[in-house]
Design a protein around this ligand. Structure first.
Ligand code: TF8
Length: 338
């Protein structure tokens, strides 16, 4: 009898301990997602992060809570990604560019002048190639759910309007931390300086660099027009955002909750792309009002810039893999002819 009671006690204790520790999926206990981004809440990405929060909290009946952090409060893109790997933050949505140190294949999206239309980028990112690269994330402690849009990048600087390829010469330009951009800006004769986004405003203000390049929505949201005189519509590269989740967190979720979060990321992403395109179009008016001098770049000059950068594309065709780069151009071609 004693022995039976002993076993019952052991079993009871085990039940109690398990209940107390719980897993993040156990009933009654809210799952909390700390989600940080580098941009401000008023940027389309910030608004879409709020949308993600709404969807997740509504669909889970409040069982899953999202705590958004904006303006690099939790650190820059790379730092937050590392926090995901370490399991101390659950979600971040960085540009793919600063992640090339983790997954070099993301470098294909840094190749300039690849996508003529946003819809081509959508097709490639949401298609086989986009997925192929997301599949490389889990071995690095990350899960990539979908791509959002940062968008076409345009150059601002404090020295002169950039209309022709030669106008890049001698400009000190802050770039993202990715080799492809370093090489491309060097090929154009400028002096690229890589640095995290959170340091850009100060670097422009103090004159450490003459210029930077980002989509119009960011130039407005981060008030770069206050410290820059010229905006040149170079549209030289399209940058995606990638929706990342910490793998150690992800693995603790039930398949149902994984599905819920994945669908919310995709739905909020559709909203983000739409809003971003609308805001980018409106930003031009806003920037004119702010008094920054804006110039177009003619298709002929863009073509010349593309030619100058061609050797960089060839270099990275080898470095990133012939197959991968060929697949990129094939998928773009397919999207173009649709
Ligand atoms: C850059 C990027 C950034 C974004 C954002 C901070 O210039 O375009 O704006 O990655 O997450 O660093």
């Amino acid at each position: 009898m004693k022995r039976v009671w002993g076993s019952v006690c052991v079993v009871l204790c085990l039940v109690l301990v398990t209940a107390a520790c719980g897993t993040s999926g156990s009933a009654g206990e809210a799952i909390v997602i700390k989600a940080g981004i580098g941009l401000n809440e008023d940027h389309p990405q910030g608004q879409a992060l709020n949308r993600f929060k709404e969807i997740v909290e509504e669909k889970s009946g409040g069982r899953i809570q999202v705590r958004p952090y904006f303006s690099a409060q939790l650190g820059d893109d790379l730092k937050m990604t590392e926090a995901l790997q370490a399991g101390v933050q659950e979600v971040t949505i960085p540009s793919t560019s600063p992640l090339v140190g983790i997954v070099p294949e993301f470098g294909i999206f840094d190749l300039p002048f690849v996508f003529d239309e946003e819809e081509e980028a959508d097709a490639v990112l949401d298609g086989a190639l986009g997925q192929k690269i997301l599949d490389k994330l889990p071995e690095h402690g990350l899960v990539g759910l979908t791509y959002w849009e940062n968008g076409y990048r345009n150059l601002t600087n404090s020295r002169r309007p950039v209309k022709r390829a030669e106008d890049f010469r001698g400009l000190k330009i802050r770039t993202m931390q990715t080799d492809v951009h370093l090489d491309a800006f060097k090929a154009l004769g400028s002096n690229p300086t890589p640095m995290p986004f959170s340091e850009v405003f100060t670097a422009l203000e103090s004159g450490t660099v003459d210029g930077q390049e980002n989509p119009l929505a960011t130039i407005v949201s981060n008030k770069f027009y206050e410290v820059q005189d010229y905006l040149s519509l170079t549209k030289h590269v399209y940058t995606p955002f990638v929706f990342l989740v910490s793998k150690s967190f992800w693995d603790r979720l039930s398949p149902e909750d994984q599905q819920l979060i994945r669908e919310a990321a995709i739905e909020a992403g559709k909203y983000e792309r739409e809003l971003n395109r609308k805001v980018n179009a409106e930003s031009l008016e806003e920037l004119k009002k702010q008094g920054i001098k804006i110039n177009e770049v003619s298709p002929e000059e863009r073509e010349r810039m593309k030619q100058i950068i061609q050797p960089v594309i060839e270099k990275y065709r080898k470095k990133l893999g012939e197959d991968l780069v060929s697949q990129l151009f094939e998928e773009v071609e397919k999207a173009r002819n649709r």
